[in-house]
Structures are given as C-alpha cells and as structure tokens.
Design a protein around this ligand. Structure first.
Ligand code: PEP
Ligand code: MN
Length: 337
C-alpha cells in the first residue's frame, strides 16, 4: 500500500510513519515529490495495517495497491475459470444460457418451459422453489414440491438446474435436486449462506446485491472460493439508482471490468436488470457484445399469469427470438453460443 502524506508534512511525521511501517513488519520506501511525499509499505499486510497508518499525524490517505479479494483475483490465477455442469458451460469463450420462470408454479408450467427453452438453445433451466419476496404476503414458492418438479424437468430434458438457496440449512436439501446453487441478490452478503453453499461443492452463482459495489460482490465470491470451491459464476442483475424508468439499472461496464480483474465467469440477467420484458432482448444482445460469459433470462408460457416477475418475463417465442439475435452478436465477438 501507499501512504500519501499531507502537503507540508514535517520530516518528523515522515520518519514516524517509516518507523510505524517497519514496526508492522513491512519495508518502507520514501518518495519525495515536489508537493508531497509518498511512502510505499511493502510486504505481507495484516488486518488493521491500513488503519494503523491512516491515523498517524501528517498522513492524508492510505491507498491499497492489491485488491482485497485474493483467490478471485486475476493476479492469483491468469486463466479464465470455466464452470461446466451437464451441458451448461460458462466461460472460456462459451456463452451459457440459463432460462426459465421466476418461480416454479406447476408441473405443466415448468415442463412446458423446460422443453421450450431447450429447443431454443438454453443449456440450463432456472426456476425458484424457495422465493425471496419483498412482501411476506406474495407467493413464496412451491418449496420442496418445486424442487421435485425441477428434478422432473431435468430428467425430461437433460437441462442443468439452477435454483436459489435462501438459508444455510437448506443447502443439503437443495443439493439433492439442483446442479447450481443460486445466491440471490438480497443474500449476497449472507456470509454463512455463502460458506454453506461453497461447502456443498456444487457450482455457486452469486448474484450482485442491488446496493453492492463490485468489490463487495467479489468479496462475496471470495467467501465461496475460500471454502475450496472453485466453481463460482458472477451474475450482474442490476443495481438500485435514482432511475425509475427501469426496475434496476443494468451496468454492463462491469462485464469487461470484471474480466480485467477476475478469472471468474460473468453472466448477465437482463430480466431483473431492466424489469421490463420489452427491454430484455436488447440488453441481452448488449451483454453478449460486452463479453458476458452467459445469460440468465426469465421465460414463462404465459407471463401475464406468472405468480412472480411476469412483467419482465419473455414468452417462449420471444426467448427463441432473443437466442437467434444473441447468437449473431456472439459470432461477431468470437463466442460460441
Ligand atoms: C430471481 O432470480 O428470480 C431473483 C429473485 O433474482 P435477484 O436475486 O437478482 O433479485
Ligand atoms: Mn425473478
């Protein structure tokens, strides 16, 4: 890290910071500029090092050089991580498409959707059995019955299953039925849940919290990686801003930024990311153009009747059209979809 001294910091203050750095077991290197002095602190940092230096007299700020996430960082692993389960491949030039309803509602609904999204080229079926709803009075999901229906749809189509886990104690149950555990946006900073999901050994899809910075999101992924589970997929699903023409603001610059800072694959969810069915296909195309390693799209045989998120859900025909359009974009950016 770099300690930036205030303009006019005295020699005694600079010497004191150098002493502090050395007492903390680090090496120091002083660079005297025309207007101010900066001091590099080199070596393995312990927790609290930054705070210990920041409070010294004459210090303006302490700037970390290495990212706080370690296992997730590109500095630690240069090759992109590719997550594969059944026919779903996310990363390494392949675009994996996870499609399906917001919630599993009935046998007919999930089977019809599964067949339709498979025919259009999706390789995974999504569907919530345990639903995180803003209101306790909204449909909460079919729970165990929903998991059984997802397993039946997997049996019928061969699609990999992606479903959300809401509590650490549900991990063993969900692990029997799903191929990928989804950590929902609202739970991105539920650390015991991230650890329990990581310990399952299943691939874990970590959605970005609507109020989380990219660094906080990567640190959430780091919790999963820290259990020894390397199969982590990041999912950009939009953040809360002052904008109200969309449900969430979908910041696609995170995709190339993440590719420059982490080896983990990044997928985009244009359904939650816009909250409007009419905007989903355009943002899916944009996500592929930006280099996304996958898409997560809500699809329902009859979105008007959906028990959750119908307003942002595509019909099977609209989804098939999305796939065709995104394939052309994928080809233009040298990806296989
Ligand atoms: C979902 O995928 O249906 C969902 C609840 O998403 P998020 O956690 O991103 O809101
Ligand atoms: Mn949803």
């Amino acid at each position: 890290m770099i300690v930036v001294m205030k303009p006019g910091a005295t020699q005694a203050q600079i010497d004191h910071v150098v002493d502090r750095i050395e007492q903390l077991g680090l090496r120091s290197h002083v660079i005297v500029g025309t207007n101010l002095t900066v001091i590099a602190a080199i070596g393995e940092k312990r927790d609290g090092t930054r705070q210990a230096l920041e409070t010294a007299d004459g210090v303006d700020k302490v700037v970390p050089i290495l990212a706080p996430y370690k296992i997730a960082s590109l500095e630690v692993k240069k090759e992109p991580t590719v997550v594969c389960v059944r026919d779903l491949v996310v990363g390494g030039g392949r675009i994996g498409v996870i499609a399906g309803p917001c919630s599993v509602e009935s046998r007919e609904q999930i089977l019809e959707t599964a067949h339709a999204v498979k025919a259009a080229g999706a390789t995974a079926l999504r569907g919530g059995a345990f639903k995180p709803r803003t209101s306790p009075y909204s449909f909460q999901g079919l729970k165990n019955k929903g998991l059984e229906l997802l397993a039946e749809a997997r049996e019928a189509t061969g699609l990999a299953i992606v479903t959300e886990v809401m509590a650490p104690e549900h991990v063993p149950l969900l692990s029997e039925f799903t191929d990928v555990l989804q950590i929902g946006a609202r739970n991105m900073q539920n650390y015991p849940l991230l650890e329990a999901a990581g310990e399952s050994g299943l691939p874990v899809l970590v959605k970005r919290g609507p109020a989380a910075t990219v660094e906080e999101w990567l640190l959430a992924a780091e919790y999963v990686l820290n259990t020894g589970n390397k199969k982590v997929i990041l999912c950009e699903r939009g953040i809360r801003t002052f904008e109200d023409h969309v449900r969430f603001t979908l910041p696609l610059a995170t995709v190339p930024w993440l590719h420059q800072h982490t080896h983990l694959p990044v997928i985009v969810d244009p359904s939650h990311g816009t909250g409007k069915a009419a905007l989903v296909t355009a943002m899916a195309r944009a996500a592929v153009a930006a280099g996304a390693d996958g898409l997560m799209v809500e699809v329902h045989p009859n979105p008007e009747k959906a028990l959750s998120d119908g307003y942002q859900t595509l019909t099977p025909d609209q989804f098939a059209q999305l796939m065709q359009e995104c394939r052309r974009v994928a080809q233009a950016v040298d990806r296989i979809m």
